[in-house]
Design a protein around this ligand. Structure first.
Ligand SMILES: Nc1nc2c(c(=O)[nH]1)N=C([C@H](O)[C@@H](O)CO)CN2
Length: 115
């Protein structure tokens, strides 16, 4: 299951101006999930609900006040695994406006394990 290009504005950064000016972050997320039960039953409760995951990520990012993208990326990975029972995630957190000469900068982390 994946979510790509989730755009959220929040306060993030180490400089004074960044503590008062919201900036855009973009999340790309891959999550391990066996879809066969959901496919068989057509029961949303058997599925990993990408709308619920997206809404929760947006809520957390908007409320966050991290200095470093590393901190927020770790929080998001742990949130997805603990709240949605996802055993493995690969999460990329992009801060496109951070370096004007670059299209984007960011971190990519892999957490958990594929059983
Ligand atoms: N490894 C990191 N380097 C930098 C970060 C960061 O979060 N992780 N942040 C900044 C500033 O906040 C930057 O976004 C302003 O351009 C600099 N380096």
């Amino acid at each position: 299951m994946y979510i790509r290009g989730l755009e959220v504005e929040t306060i993030i950064g180490i400089y004074d101006w960044e503590r008062v000016t919201p900036q855009r972050l973009v999340v790309d997320l891959e999550m391990a999930w066996d879809i066969s039960d959901a496919a068989r039953s057509e029961d949303i409760d058997a599925a990993l609900n990408y709308k619920s995951v997206s809404d929760r990520l947006i809520e957390h990012i908007e409320a966050s006040r991290c200095q470093l993208i590393e901190t927020l990326a770790e929080q998001l990975a742990q949130l997805v695994m603990s709240e949605f029972s996802v055993p493995w995630v690969c999460l990329e957190l992009n801060k496109p406006g951070a370096v004007p000469a670059a299209r984007t900068v960011g971190v990519r982390i892999e957490r958990g394990s594929l059983a």
